[in-house]
Design a protein around this ligand. Structure first.
Ligand code: TXA
Ligand code: MG
Length: 374
């Protein structure tokens, strides 16, 4: 049965943003999408109306695209879990555009949390605060805390302001797929299933926010991100990683952050992360490509200089720091799926504060397949 216009997902683009090429390619590849080009005020107004009606609207942030829904409506939140096929015991992050909106979520903002907000918001830091008891249990998964953050994207800040309430925003991918860093990625996973997507360009950070909890006078990092433990150390309290981040294979204990227990971001092919000098990686990859090709497998090489990618079926260099690799990782993994890659080699780094977030995502995406060539 043909879908009516009402059931299509709207792709909102700014009238002033001139990317007709992208517009044409989206037009042809997604029959479930209707493009609307509007001036900023009207775009924000229309998207907000859908959110007030408990519908889902994906929004851009500096980290990844979020699947927006009213954080105070059980009906809207249940739609998030259904669209993403996300387990109900994994709580969501509430996104605010002002500190005043925190009153709708929490009973108390500790002074250390306030200092961290002053320093890092808007930005990629999510902070656990004591949850108001009247919050929907779908938001917190019934936990006594609620995760909050103020994202750094002008369209999304304007959107939350217009809606007038915090927005839940899990990454706008289907569970198990790499998080979306472009509006197009959201459509790949969710076109036809959500009311709309706001096209805010490419996400600059590219991996999800740092999630922290303040406990017993310490800052505990539950999920590493662009804001590192080094960034958090200047507040006069110890900064520690949650046990599950340090020993990810330990399955006995219950993780403090439910999201830690799910495998994420998995490409369809097998993935191996190589850590070592260029020469050692070049030798390893050359031999592995030979073996894989003998078995009829297609190989991708990501994050290395081009000489290491020689002979691979797919190659992306991704820049030369762990930050640039992080920024492009999810898009690269999606591209590997598209190119029907069976085996992906990615550049890894020795574990240190500044590489921790990238290595955490690589660990999850590869199922822990780290190959140390040092
Ligand atoms: O950068 C981001 O944070 C993105 C963008 C869209 O803002 N959002 C995002 O949301 O990554 P999501 O739902 O994919 O990840 C939320 C993470 C999960 O690992 C979840 O378990 C954890 O935060 N979390 C949320 N509330 C929590 C709570 N009360 N206690 C412990 N962990 C919590
Ligand atoms: Mg996610």
């Amino acid at each position: 049965m043909a879908q009516t216009d009402r059931e299509k997902t709207i792709l909102w683009q700014l009238e002033e943003a001139d990317d007709l090429l992208q517009r044409r390619s989206l037009d042809s590849s997604y029959s479930e999408v209707r493009i609307q080009r509007l001036p900023v005020e009207q775009l924000v107004f229309e998207a907000a109306q859908h959110l007030r009606a408990d519908e889902l609207v994906a929004f851009p942030t500096e980290t990844v695209y979020g699947l927006g829904a009213s954080a105070v409506s059980s009906k809207a939140l249940l739609r998030v879990f259904a669209a993403k096929k996300r387990p109900l015991d994994n709580p969501l992050i509430a996104h605010v555009s002002s500190l005043t909106q925190l009153e709708q979520l929490t009973t108390h903002v500790p002074s250390l949390a306030q200092q961290l907000m002053d320093a890092f918001w808007p930005g990629p830091l999510s902070i656990l605060l004591p949850a108001r008891r009247d919050l929907p249990k779908e938001l917190t998964a019934g936990l006594p805390t609620v995760a909050v953050r103020m994202p750094r994207h002008p369209l999304t800040l304007a959107l939350i302001e217009e809606v007038g309430m915090p927005l839940a925003g899990p990454s706008a991918n289907r569970s198990g797929r790499p998080s979306p860093t472009k509006a197009q990625h959201v459509l790949e996973d969710l076109a036809g299933e959500i009311a709309g997507v706001i096209d805010g360009g490419t996400c600059s950070v590219g991996i999800e926010s740092t999630v922290i909890e303040i406990m017993d006078g310490r800052i505990v990092i539950l999920r590493p991100g662009d804001i590192t433990s080094a960034d958090l150390k200047s507040f006069g309290v110890p900064v520690v990683y949650d046990q599950h981040l340090v020993e990810p294979q330990e399955e006995a204990a219950v993780p403090r952050s439910p999201g830690q227990k799910y495998r994420h971001y998995a490409p369809r092919g097998e993935m191996r992360v190589l850590i070592g000098e260029t020469a050692a990686c070049r030798k390893y990859v050359r031999e592995a490509i030979g073996l894989a090709h003998n078995q009829g497998k297609r190989v991708a090489v990501l994050g290395f200089e081009s000489s290491i990618g020689e002979g691979a079926d797919f190659f992306l260099d991704l820049g030369n720091s762990s930050q640039t690799i992080a920024a492009h990782l999810y898009e690269a993994l999606r591209a590997c799926d598209e190119a029907a890659i069976d085996l992906v080699f990615v550049r890894g780094y020795e574990p240190s504060e500044s590489h921790f977030a990238l290595m955490n995502r690589l660990f999850k995406a590869s199922g822990g397949a780290f190959i140390d060539l040092r």
